[in-house]
Design a protein around this ligand. Sequence first.
Ligand SMILES: [Zn+2]
Length: 490
Amino acid sequence: MSEYRTVVGLEVHVQLLTISKLFCGCSVTFGQPPNSAVCPVCLGMPGVLPVMNQKAFELALRAALALNCQIAPYTKWDRKNYYYPDLPKNFQISQYDLPFSFEGYLDIPASLDQPSKRVGLFRAHLEEDAGKSMHDESGQGGSTKVDLNRAGTPLLEIVSKPEIHSAEDARAYLEELRLLLKEAGISDCEMQEGSLRCDANVNIHIPQADGSFIATPIVEVKNLNSFRAVERSIRYEAMRQMEQYQKDGKKMGEVSKCTAGWDDARGVTIVQRRKEEASDYRYFPEPDLAPIRITAEMLERAKASLGELPHQARARLQADFGLGIYDADLLVRMGRAITAYFEKVVSAGADAKSACNWVANQVLTTLNESKSTIDQYPLTPGILAGLVVEVQKSGLNMQRAREVYGAMLADGVDAKTAIQKLGFVAVADEAALAEMIRKAMAANPKAVSDFKAGKIKAADSLKGAVMKETKGMAKADLLQKILLDELNKV
Ligand SMILES: [Zn+2]
């Protein structure tokens, strides 16, 4: 019996794209000198009063709408009490029993081989971040330092239901969540800078003969520093729990929920401690902040600020441009700005499939190589459309087309000029091509007889001979047509 079902819920924290902290005016810019972006409020000095950052609340509301959440008409703040060196107030302002949003969902998009999958969300709530402990890693037993620049940074916590059933789906969920939050301007989701963090709650369900199943204790896996780490740790943890179950059997039910750290270098989870229950935090309402009533006007504003979300963009690109799932997804993942550029290339006369290929390959490569954005890209949509059209008209092969593209970038010229300059004038003279084909057939009678015997591929060598003679400049579709005509005459 080795069949089991992986059950994963993800808790994601994202930093909202504000200029200042959640309850004071301190800057949240990344990389400032330690403890330079602090004030009496975020340091928790006696007698100070927090004031809520309106922008943070607006962004959180936008996120809740993007995540299909229900919005509470009335929400409040709570204190989560615990003692830790990076938490100067000894409590964190969070939301406990009345979060501003709950019961949402996010769809993992469909791919070529899978339909889309819906993952329910328990809630999304706002809270402030703690500071950062910097432990001495020299191994010399040095001191731990604390940087409180992050203390008070606005975070949105998004808690999924345990409805993710594989490591791959966990990663796909995170990728879609990141894309959505970035595109809607809610967070930049930079894992390296700590503006997106993820913990994974993992257990497995083992089916029993009577149709029921045994659930292993949930392990919350922390210290996940990349999407790849999330994926690897879930795969590992599910297997570890299965092995544990095979050793301990039903005794496992006695273990309570616990926390584990992911060791990325060794590729293992290390179970650390019992997980605190909510009661350990002695939550109580924050007395220094007024509750918030969410008005219809606030909701309208948030709705208007959403813009087109990734799943809407995918559907529109498929419906309006006839693109397949794969291409539509490719464009959407490149972001709104590049998608808009693609649309302009099509409006300027290029066909959608070719335009998509050019944008996803050559244009993206150029942007990556020059570390620039689409706004700085030198070719206007009209000029790129001209290249797509010329390539099709002249039948240039892809290698030649890329050379034309290179010349356009280097010399700042349009496709026609570049083609002339490179001397890439396609051979589209029917009589000349027919003559070359007859010559090739005479030189290779075996290819002709093979073709006649049903080996369609045999025609390729005849085509190759003509391509060689024209140095790759024969117009491909025309050559194909004439080749078949000539073969049919024999
Ligand atoms: Zn402050």
